[in-house]
Design a protein around this ligand. Structure first.
Ligand code: 5GP
Length: 199
């Protein structure tokens, strides 16, 4: 896929419950040249989630058809469900000069690193500890005990993988983590007040 303008793929990965969704919302608010990639998933909608806003909710059959038709830029099996980014989302953003924010897991991040080495910038959001992550997942109150256990088990491996990312940000306080995140994005986009950066 051609990317003639200076647009980036900001890949944010984190164990679920690490505060990534809130951080993504704030980034989108502060960077109008950035668009959120809406993923497809076979997971059922949670709480007030809406079709086409939070995810495109697909059946297993439809998801597999899209894999076979080579319509995903990346896809992965996460916590027992399929998740994937449509090529179309990336193509459209590049064509219109937008950078893309991707809230995807570490497997998807690795696929983007390989497919888009120049554009891809991987940011890992880590909870301060596994105990804190467990507390946050319980407080959210949207997942069953079985799901919580599965997510905690995956979190350890994800944090290990996150150490290979371009940046790791510890979300110990939302304000502090966001300020760090904003700074790294500004630098990457060449908007840093400390001077223009390249690449
Ligand atoms: P949740 O079910 O909590 O919305 O998401 C579970 C995990 O799937 C999160 O780590 C999220 O970042 C990841 N995820 C969401 N969309 C995608 C996607 O398109 N591709 C990949 N690889 N992971 C995704």
């Amino acid at each position: 896929m051609e990317n003639p303008s200076k647009t980036f793929l900001f890949v944010l990965s984190a164990p679920s419950g690490a505060g990534k969704t809130t951080l993504c919302k704030r980034l989108l608010n502060d960077f109008p040249s950035m668009r959120l990639s809406i993923s497809s998933t076979t997971r059922k909608p949670r709480g007030a989630e809406k079709e086409g806003v939070d995810y495109f909710f697909l059946s297993q059959e439809d998801f597999k058809k899209k894999i076979e038709a080579n319509r995903f830029a990346e896809w992965a099996h996460v916590h027992g469900n399929y998740y994937g980014t449509s090529k179309e989302v990336i193509e459209r953003a590049f064509a219109s000069g937008f950078s893309v924010l991707l809230d995807i897991d570490v497997q998807g991040a690795e696929q983007f690193r390989l497919a888009y080495p120049r554009e891809c910038y991987r940011i890992f959001i880590s909870p301060p500890s596994l105990a804190e992550l467990e507390a946050r997942l319980r407080k959210r109150g949207t997942d069953s005990e079985e799901v919580i256990q599965k997510r905690l088990k995956n979190a350890e491996a994800e944090i290990l993988e996150g150490q290979k990312f371009d940046v790791m940000i510890i979300n110990d306080s939302l304000e502090r983590a966001y300020s760090e995140l904003k700074t790294v994005v500004e630098k990457r986009l060449g908007l840093s007040s400390l001077g223009r950066q390249s690449g």
